[in-house]
Design a protein around this ligand. Structure first.
Ligand SMILES: Cc1ncc(COP(=O)(O)O)c(C=O)c1O
Length: 452
């Protein structure tokens, strides 16, 4: 049978191996997937429907991006209206009103001082690399062009572009790609196996952050442009900063003239029960990277919010007014349709008191996931807001196998959860009911106990 784009085949043809071959899927075991495909065809609220017509609970909000649930009418309508009126506008040298409207709304929701938005191409990876380039260029404009080194952290995830994998700390994402950019890495902050922390671990935050002092001693602050961290790490396995950690990083960066960047691709726009992780943890960075939840996953939109001093520095050094202040941008920076989705999403979050809802639901979610302590294979559990990670005891030589098997068994039971490294990750939609949260944990417990 031949397939054309938009072809609506039977279940049998859609899952036919030959049909599936052409697409080389991202971050997926292609051979396994194509042998046993998991195809989703519809989504509404907290549920997907798969190609067999089964309902699947969305236990990771897509990829941490659809917290408001799927098929939100307000976003669908905003996107449809925008496509019909202005489907694209050149991102360079011309503009459209929605990017300005959205930038204003984003700035209103940022901690005080973060007040200019540079949109990126739509992915978190683009936005991360934009922030790293901005950091280097900032110091160069200030006649400190030697400040080029970028500091990340072990176990961190900052997307897949060269800047992001260089500051990132997940070995599998770095190893195949050769030399990255000049980077350094803070010590990891994952508590030892056997820890069961609810929210932020109470101890050693400042001491862990002091690992930055060691890097400053090694490289000297005169060579360091910026430190980038996720307020809490999601893709690395949900790793929560101990109390005082981010505060101490802020202090050291200030003392040594180093920019602090928060990668809020996961923590921004609701998951922490606040507009940003910066707000939730009480620390304001110099730049804040956002993506995912900013459009509820409906359109790709991403960017960097910078503080006034950074923006003003570039404007002051810009030379004649018609010249570029910085040579950077993407064809799809602030795409009008993505901006329409962004405006509708931010409005919904505000109108429906979503942040409050997340704060209310968090204790129930925390209780449910920590109820898995004692389930088979579980080494540790941690959570913050509507995110939780469990580390499973590894099979000898195959740390990733058990989480994969658990996730597959969960899918067969109608629950989508993410597996990554030795972990299972949960990030249910903000609109989940308490009963859905309880059921997710209950079925995960059963599945763990049934897994060898
Ligand atoms: C903290 C963080 N930064 C960057 C990214 C990359 O985003 P994208 O996959 O949209 O490029 C992710 C994706 O999960 C992320 O969690």
């Amino acid at each position: 049978m031949t397939h054309s784009p938009g072809h609506r085949g039977t279940t049998a043809s859609l899952t036919d191996r030959a049909f599936l071959e052409a697409h080389w899927m991202p971050f997926t075991g292609n051979r396994q997937f194509k042998a046993a495909p998991r195809l989703l065809t519809h989504a509404e609220g907290a549920y997907y429907t798969d190609v067999e017509g089964r309902k699947i609970f969305d236990g990771l909000s897509g990829l941490w991006c659809t917290g408001l649930g799927h098929g939100r009418r307000e976003i669908v309508e905003a996107v449809s209206r925008q496509i019909a009126s202005l489907d694209y506008a050149p991102a360079f040298q011309f503009g459209h009103p929605l990017s300005f409207e959205l930038a204003n709304r984003i700035v209103e929701r940022m901690p005080k001082g973060l007040d200019h938005v540079m949109f990126a191409g739509g992915s978190g990876s683009d936005a991360v690399d934009s922030s790293l380039k901005l950091a280097r260029a900032f110091w160069r404009v200030k006649a400190q062009g030697g400040k080029t080194r970028l500091i990340g952290r072990l176990q961190a995830y900052h997307g897949v572009n060269f800047g992001g994998i260089s500051v990132g700390g997940m070995v599998a994402n770095r190893k195949p790609y050769g030399q990255g950019i000049e980077a350094g890495h803070l010590a990891g902050i994952q508590p030892p196996a056997g820890s069961f922390f609810r929210g932020q671990p109470a101890e050693h935050g400042a001491k862990l952050a002091d690992s930055l002092l060691g890097l400053i001693e090694l490289y000297d602050a005169s060579t360091i442009a910026a430190v980038i961290v996720e307020p809490f790490s999601g893709s690395g396995g949900v790793i929560i900063p101990p109390r005082g950690y981010l505060q101490r990083l802020r202090e050291i960066c200030d003392q040594h003239g180093i920019l602090l960047i928060f990668d809020e691709v996961i923590t921004g726009f609701g998951r922490c029960g606040a507009w940003t992780g910066a707000e939730a943890f009480g620390v304001t960075p110099d730049m804040l990277v956002f993506a995912k939840q900013s459009t509820n996953g409906v359109q790709p939109l991403s960017g960097v919010v910078v503080k006034k001093e950074i923006y003003d520095t570039f404007m002051a050094a810009g030379g004649q007014e018609y010249l570029l202040e910085i040579a950077h941008g993407y064809t799809y920076s602030a795409h009008p349709v993505a901006c329409a989705a962004g405006i509708a999403t931010l409005d919904l979050i505000a109108r429906e008191n979503v942040l409050e809802r997340v704060r209310e639901l968090t204790p129930r979610f925390e209780h449910a996931v920590h109820g898995l302590r004692g389930a088979r294979h579980v080494l540790d559990i941690r959570n913050y807001g509507m995110a939780a990670g469990l580390t499973l005891e590894a099979l000898p030589g195959e740390p990733a196998r058990r989480p994969f098997e658990v996730a597959m068994a969960m899918f067969n039971k109608g629950f989508y959860v993410r597996y990554g490294g030795a972990t299972i990750q949960l990030a249910p939609p903000f609109i989940s009911t308490e009963a859905e949260i309880d059921r997710l944990a209950e079925v995960l417990g059963e599945t763990l106990n049934q897994t060898d």
